[in-house]
Design a protein around this ligand. Structure first.
Ligand code: ATP
Ligand code: MG
Length: 375
């Protein structure tokens, strides 16, 4: 996939701006608060219809202005697309969002899910390694929802069933009342689990491969951590996973009744990350954690590429801070000519990155565009 143009109107600190991007690496650099993360966010928002950071959508509109607009030109499998996203303030903090593809309105945001694939790495991604299990589950779920309609369907179903089951658990209830919710939970949850277990070894290999580019001396491994005992590896299929899930629910029934929440299932699972066979959450340095998180994002991109036979757009916000010069140098070799990458730096590009086209953002809003030696 290739993003050639981005036009912004009233998006965060950009009043009216147009940016053009090249294939390969594009460097976006400038001092703090010049809008680098905002630009990455704008690209992500226009490709997915969803904000990349937590917060309300009205925060994306420039302070005290009534609307924001983003228009993006994208090329996918040699076809050109125009994506438009606009946000309008309505009463209170609410917004009206209008998304269009080739000038035709998109009815639901989920219609865009997985259509235009972007891999986003942001400074908050250190949480992938160091944060709560929620971040690792979100990583897996979002990746799978974008590549499998069946996973997306099971995921939405599971969330709904789990919430309804939790509200029943909080009230006085009989086993007979809980029974249909158990069946639905087991049915959709086992689909999620089966798919996650199926892709995990591959994701682990891809992460290791990416990690090897960034740091030859370290190994990286991902392991799935289920909230209940799984059937032995050679016996794992939908049926045996359903049986194990059912058994685990029966075993935790008393505790669930006491606490009023569903205690087992894919919403309680985790993924362990090992660097040189040590638990990275506990023992890795800041730089190692950041490299591992970046490797996992690059693995996500390689996974998308395998599914689509075309690489996604990589949006890498501040991925270099905390990486030493060797890791930065090796990073550039990872990307091939036909993979588009937009990366941000808060310092002048290093000699390795000076080879690539760059845009310098300034507070005055006047950007300088430089074409790299190779571009
Ligand atoms: P850093 O190098 O520190 O990461 P950055 O270049 O990534 O900086 P951004 O996070 O993109 O900076 O933010 C740039 C500026 O945009 C900030 O000063 C912020 O106050 C401003 N900003 C954020 N939201 C809005 C908005 N809705 N309207 C106007 N300005 C905004
Ligand atoms: Mg930033």
């Amino acid at each position: 996939m290739f993003l050639s143009r981005l036009s912004l109107e009233n998006f965060r600190n950009f009043t009216k701006k147009e940016f053009h991007f090249e294939n390969g690496i594009n460097v976006l650099w400038g001092k703090n608060a010049t809008g680098k993360s905002n630009l990455i966010e704008a690209i992500y928002f226009s490709l997915t219809g969803k904000p990349s950071r937590a917060g309300k959508e009205d925060e994306l509109i420039q302070f005290s202005l009534p609307y924001a607009r983003i228009e993006t030109c994208v090329e996918k499998k040699k076809k050109k697309f125009i994506l438009e996203a606009s946000l309008e303030r309505i009463e209170g903090n609410s917004t009206r969002k209008i998304l269009k593809l080739n000038r035709n309105p998109i009815r639901r945001v989920s219609e865009l899910m997985g259509e235009f694939k972007a891999v986003l790495f942001s400074p908050q991604d250190q949480s992938l390694v160091q944060g709560e299990p929620f971040y690792r589950r979100r990583f897996l779920d979002f990746m799978l929802c974008q590549t499998s309609k069946m996973y997306l369907h099971s995921y939405m179903k599971y969330q709904g069933v789990k919430d309804q089951r939790n509200s029943l658990l909080k009230q006085t209830h009989s086993s007979a009342e809980l029974f249909p919710w158990n069946s639905k939970l087991i049915e959709s949850g086992s689909q999620l689990l089966l798919k996650r277990l199926e892709i995990l070894p591959e994701l682990s290999v891809l992460s290791q491969k990416a990690h090897h580019f960034l740091c030859q001396s370290e190994s990286l491994e991902l392991q799935y951590l289920s909230s209940f005992p799984l059937p032995e590896q050679h016996k794992r299929d939908l049926e045996t996973i359903q049986e194990s899930f059912e058994k685990a629910l029966a075993e935790t029934a008393q505790e669930e009744k006491k606490r009023g929440i569903t205690l087992v299932g894919p919403h309680r699972d985790d993924m362990k990350i090992f660097i040189n066979n040590l638990d990275a959450r506990l023992f890795a340095s800041q730089g190692q954690q950041k490299t591992a998180a970046l490797s996992m994002r690059l693995a996500e991109g390689m996974f998308f590429e395998k599914m689509e036979e075309e690489p996604p757009v990589y949006l890498l916000d501040d991925c270099f801070s905390e990486l030493d010069s060797d890791r930065q140098h090796d990073f550039c070799d990872f990307f091939f000519k036909n993979t588009q990458t937009i990366l941000t730096l808060s310092q002048e590009p290093t000699p390795d990155l000076k080879l690539f086209p760059s845009i310098k953002l300034t507070n005055s809003g006047k950007e300088t565009v430089t074409y790299g030696i190779s571009g």
